[in-house]
Design a protein around this ligand. Sequence first.
Ligand code: TRP
Ligand code: ZN
Length: 871
Amino acid sequence: MRDAQPKAIQLADYQAPAYEVTDTHLKFELNDGYTQVHSVLTLKQVGDGNELVLNGQDLELLSIRLDGNELTTDDYVLGDETLTLSGLGASHTLEISTQIYPEKNTALEGLYRSGGMYCTQCEAEGFRRITYYPDRPDVMSVFTTEIIADAEQFPVLLSNGNPVSEKTEDGKKHVVWHDPHKKPAYLFALVAGDLQVRDDHFTTCSGREVLLRIFVEPQNVDKTEYALDALKRSMRWDEEVYGREYDLDIFMIVAVDDFNMGAMENKGLNIFNSSCVLANPATATDAAYQRIEAIVAHEYFHNWSGNRVTCRDWFQLSLKEGFTVFRDACFSADMNSSTVKRIEDASMLRTVQFAEDGGPMAHPVQPDSYIEISNFYTVTIYEKGAEIVRMLHKILGAEGFRKGSDLYFERHDGQAVTINDFVQAMEDANGVDLSQFRLWYKQSGTPVVEVLTQYDHAAERLTINLRQSTPDTPGQTNKKPLWIPVQLGFIAHSGEDIEVRPDQPDFWTEESQVLHFREAEQTFSFGGVIEEPVVSLFRDFSAPVRINYQHSQSALRFMLQHDSDGFNRWDAGQQLMLHWIELAEKGRFKLVKEDIAALHSVISDESLDPAMVAYLLALPSEAYIAETRKSYDPVAIHNGREQVLSEVAEALIEDFKACYERLNVPAEYQPAPADMARRSLKNLALSYWARASSDGIEAAKAQFKSADNMTDQMAALRVLVTCADQAEAQEALNAFYEQWKHDSLVVNQWLTVQCGSSRLGSPDHIEKMLEHEAFDWRNPNKVRSVIGAFANQALCHFHSENGRGYRLLADAVIRLNASNPQIASRLLTPLTRWKRLVPSQSHLMKAELQRIMDSGSLSKDVYEVVSKSLV
Ligand code: TRP
Ligand code: ZN
């Protein structure tokens, strides 16, 4: 909590530290109600100045000794969140003791209690809640950690690196861990609890044996197999694709229930939100399995992209996050369908990141200022950052990119570096000039590309005129042209691709079929084009831009059936459907026979990957539809989309029924790509079928009762919640709760399906769920399942005309601001979009933002988002 206005930290003010901490010895005494932390730091002067600034927050300072001498308050300056020593020499030993209260820590940063265990979350600035320390990523140290705790209550005591010693004395267990790799404090971790472990082994490419261990609460041991499997596949993949080998003899994962984010890559001791690691067929959906695979890989990959080579300061966050998201996306693409993975990622980017980039919190992938760094763990840093790395991959080719990453890891191993160092390595390894490309990191806002094509039949020549511009964003105007890779293809009437040969070969990369668009406006021409092709632009979503190019309805139907690029095939269908929904909103929609034929040809094409068919037949989400509009009315969007859904369901009812029956075969559940694909199409078919007929509803009821896996049970429940009459929907929900109330992760899914429902998720219902025995304000997963689902998915209720949805969200933000600022700040995002709503709603939203602002002492987290949104 703050009194004065918090001030922004600027990239331009970066200064290297004066002192390095070569060694850090920590001793934790975990006692009931309080914990003491004793640190011994070996200091060495490395930079200008003789001043040492230590960070500290909510700490009780017990004692401080310099080279063995106890210091008094005259010897140092204790600021609000710093402790400063000046006039120091070349080297010193500093010993500090602090007392902290993990039991009272509801912010879930630093050391805290989750259920019966202790755990830590130090990224980005949580270590300063444990002890006074230079809590900045460019101070890297070798850590040795001793933990002392009640032997019976906390038989498992973990920290980073390798176990050194262990003993039990007078009922207290003492363990020592040593991590030989130097690391910044944000990668420190400690866990204590009565945990069960599941072990496995991995032999690295050089033949070293690594012990793999997953620690969980006893009731969850039967949910650890898949994460271990995903871990071993990740380890192999990083060796094969990036030449990166694991570097300790032990790798541990711990699952905790109370966690602000998905997971954390602490060196050798990854800590996971239990929802992102625990799964068995009966309790986890296919989507959860895929999320687990991706997050396990993501955290593991950080061992090189983040830990061995880390960030100089938090403005460089995308150095590790953008690169690691790119790496985990490629891994998931290799394990499953690469086209489907691309569709999922691009569609998320276009829905969520474009909205962020067009709103008050828009920031560059390398920001130049922040008030609270926790607010910058955003889709822009993560997903747009990953898109930039992907563009580099397209520009340099797979081989050139690998040369660049090899050089980057070799050159910077053990260092804390900048985004520029990464790009420099790519440049040096490939002999290319990426100066213009670097603008992608500096300019915020989503570029718009306008495309005009012209075909000259007599000359057999096609010309493409491209114009780019990037809109103004907070603090940025007059943006420069970016280097935009445009992957493209020409499709002949036969449906086959024809060769693309530009007259400007310098602007073309054959390997990736990429045109390099680098000026505000450029015209490219292509000779030898003997018939007028359909131009398929930005294949594979080759750049994170908005495209302005009007294909005709018939061209879109043609692409939906023939584009050899899976992403554009899907996107053509999405554009068609967006158009249908727009017409429906104006009361002018009727599915024509050509549309029905196109959809029919997709659903009956058994040569296609069923997961792909499911995506081809799914309407754009309400959130994406909203994002394509300048200003929007959520209720109109909802009603238009519902009408299109119903018409499609009725027109193709026989197809959906047949598809469901064909795919609904009894089979033992496997989380394998082919089975997941089959289930996704089957359940999509069920959702349409149930919308159009009571037979479909009956099929959903039968599936709900007989399902032996959560994918099918949850899909059936969702269908009933959406299509059955209210009483039946409620009956199914009640039955589900009775079946699963002992399993907190399943209960979260149960909360989400109703609170995110445009049918059930009314403000009244949300208020009821907040009172439910299953709800807990202290658990972030519960808060996300109720309030997050409501505000992000049940859009027509959240935006209810009387403003109750907004008030409900603002009340939750005000409440959480005091207990968990990170969660409060994330939750409030939907309110920041007020400018995009129709005016009546817009006013109501702004008023709630103002009410939060006036509600008293705001955390930095909430203050930053609210104050920037009110401008
Ligand atoms: N580095 C983590 C990741 O991307 C992110 C993270 C986990 C985090 N927990 C956090 C960031 C808490 C801020 C606060 O894998
Ligand atoms: Zn990460």
